[in-house]
Design a protein around this ligand. Structure first.
Ligand code: F6R
Length: 594
């Protein structure tokens, strides 16, 4: 994962480079660092933990003309100062920031003499990036051409920016399977970053690096080539305005702001789809090309896929399945791939497993739709069609508004494939739904948060749509409260999960389907008989310790409504436990490694 930044241009306060880097914190916050060059030479500053820790160490007067910076999510090597980027070669000549994984780093290590000090087996335990920069240093590279050729030896994924301390006006860049963007402002200052949102303060025009492209920046000129050193001329893209805004406003955390933004986000999506006629190409003729639909994603996006399957099967009566991307890549036996429509669901559009799954299916000739929140993301660029979700920037690690927008996009999409009339009704349904998202008792939700935050485990149950909400709810609780929350279909409770239940175990029962509720409550009573405390989210009255009563609505829309109180409860429980819900431990917003 990780995020990288590069700068070369007029003297600029290093603090400003750190500000740019902070826009990438969603990609990891285990450690951060910056290397800056000015007339006095080169200085590297790093710190463990979030970028705010690094910021405290940056001298106010430090101004730089050439800088590279990094925020890390540890993959190889622990989250220590030693493993923080930028890394400098032992001969002090080369400095690197790297996002990705060098797969053959052990082999590279065995080929260089400096290996004894930095080997992954040595006491220092060199990371893949440390070994790469040593490899570069050991190859005695003189020219940019040598740098490009050296990458024939490198296997893995990388977005790399290198400084050469002997050439303070230059940067060397390589990119494969990790995103990287470049921009220059009106004064010809050049910026590089893992996300073009970083440039928004300086310019909204940027260029995207493709895989196996390299760049040399020297004397304020950008020279881009492919792996055969053939020059490449690149088109510019423009950043959409809504990706610029990333402030908490008056909210204590991004997560709370994002939970409360959901009604607006849903309406914005409907307006955008109507104005831009986003769904006009997805009609019954389009559908007739396929005999099945597969939805692929990870984590919360996978839960959106599970609901999407139910929409497709209910509305269109065509077979559909939801697939976890990291597992689906091993499924080599898809029946009639050319007659299969794939929908890859991803908030970021940068999730490595989802991108890999897409590439495998594209090679087989399948039609691929990317349903993402980031129009310029890798997934969007590689798919045949894009379905934007219009949630606006989602900063908090725990996905909230992206999830409800994913569900609404899938609901609208399924209706579009049926008839225009159904689509018009679906638009109205979403707009009406958006007015009801917070029609639940907040005080009860606060009490539930207090109860859950005091417990080690929690069990979530539901049936059909409500089972998916139970899964997504349990994931939210687990991610930001560290309570071991597990979800199962209510019918599975007595096939194993009941063993977890002891006196006081919170049992979150999602029961919003009139026809199924009595069965769900039968299961929950078996857990109550063994000491579980029922927390019920239901359209029905039910005698229990905590009840969040929801209005009855169209069952297809219910998953967008019933998840909101659970998101809120997870947020509150996280705060009660003293956890920062925007940055829970061990996680990152964008998971760009397999
Ligand atoms: C959960 C969460 C993760 C993501 C998953 C996929 O709150 O945010 O489970 O849903 O990492 O990320 P995207 O949607 O960016 O592919």
């Amino acid at each position: 994962m990780c995020g990288i930044v590069g700068y070369i241009g007029q003297p600029r306060r290093a603090e400003e480079i750190v500000d740019i880097l902070s826009l990438l914190e969603y990609r990891g916050y285990d450690s951060a660092g910056i290397s800056g060059i000015n007339d006095d030479g080169c200085k590297i500053i790093k710190e463990v933990g979030s970028i705010s820790n690094l910021r405290k160490k940056i001298p106010q007067q430090w101004s730089v003309t050439n800088a590279i910076a990094h925020t890390r999510w540890a993959t190889h090597g622990a989250s220590t100062l030693q493993n923080a980027h930028p890394h400098q070669s032992l001969d002090k000549k080369w400095i690197i920031v790297h996002n990705g994984i060098i797969e053959n780093y052990k082999e590279l290590c065995s080929r260089i003499s400096a290996c004894a000090n930095i080997s992954p087996n040595s006491r220092g335990g060199g990371t893949d990036t440390q070994i790469l920069i040593e490899y570069i240093a050991n190859k005695n590279i003189d020219t940019f051409e040598d740098f490009v050729k050296l990458f024939q030896d490198i296997k893995g994924s990388y977005a790399i920016i290198c400084q050469n301390t002997q050439k303070p006006n230059e940067l060397y860049i390589a990119k494969k399977n990790s995103p990287l963007y470049i921009a220059s402002d009106k004064d010809n200052n050049i910026f590089l970053a893992s996300d073009p949102v970083c440039f928004s303060k300086y310019t909204n025009v940027y260029k995207t690096f493709n895989d196996n492209e390299f760049a040399h920046i020297h004397d304020q000129k950008i020279f881009i080539v492919d792996s055969e050193l053939r020059p490449i001329i690149k088109e510019s893209s423009k950043l959409k305005d809504d990706f610029v805004e990333q402030t908490k406003l008056d909210y204590a955390h991004f997560m709370l702001k994002e939970i409360y933004e959901q009604p607006d986000a849903l309406r914005r999506q409907v307006d955008f789809y109507k104005e831009q006629k986003i769904l006009s190409k997805f009609n019954s003729d389009f559908l007739s090309r396929f005999n099945q639909i597969k939805l692929v994603g990870c984590g919360t996006a996978y839960h959106a896929c599970m609901i999407g399957v139910k929409y497709i099967e209910n509305i269109l009566s065509i077979p559909a399945s939801a697939e976890i991307a990291s597992e689906f890549v091993y499924n080599t036996n898809v029946f009639e791939p050319k007659r299969t429509l794939y929908i890859f669901v991803s908030q970021s559009g940068e999730t490595a497993d989802t991108i890999k799954a897409l590439n495998i299916q594209k090679e087989k000739g399948a039609t691929c739709i990317a349903l993402t929140n980031v129009a310029y993301s890798t997934l969007s660029q590689q798919a045949d069609y894009c379905l934007p979700i219009c949630a606006g920037p989602e900063v908090s690690v725990a996905s909230t508004k992206a999830y409800t927008c994913q569900l609404s996009a899938l609901y609208l999409f399924a209706n579009a494939l049926k008839t225009n009339e159904d689509l018009e009704k679906a638009y109205n349904n979403i707009v009406e739904l958006s007015t009801k998202l917070f029609d639940f008792n907040i005080e009860t939700a606060d009490k539930i948060a207090e109860y859950i935050s005091s417990k080690r485990d929690a069990v979530f149950i539901g049936k059909n749509f409500d089972f998916v909400t139970a899964r997504e709810g349990a994931l939210k609780i687990k991610e930001i409260t560290y309570v071991n929350a597990n979800a199962c279909p209510s019918g599975e409770l007595k096939h194993g999960y009941l063993a977890i239940v002891e006196e006081g175990t919170p049992l979150v029962v999602v029961a919003t389907d009139e026809e199924l509720n009595s069965k769900v409550f039968n299961s929950s009573s078996e857990a109550v008989a063994r000491g579980a405390v029922e927390i019920v989210i239901s359209t029905d009255d039910h005698e229990c310790k905590y009840l969040i009563k929801l209005k009855k609505i169209n069952p297809l829309l219910m998953p967008m409504l019933s998840i909101v109180p659970i998101q809120y409860i997870a947020y509150k429980a996280s705060i009660l436990k003293g956890i920062n819900p925007d940055k829970p431990r061990n996680l990152a917003k964008s998971v760009t490694v397999e």
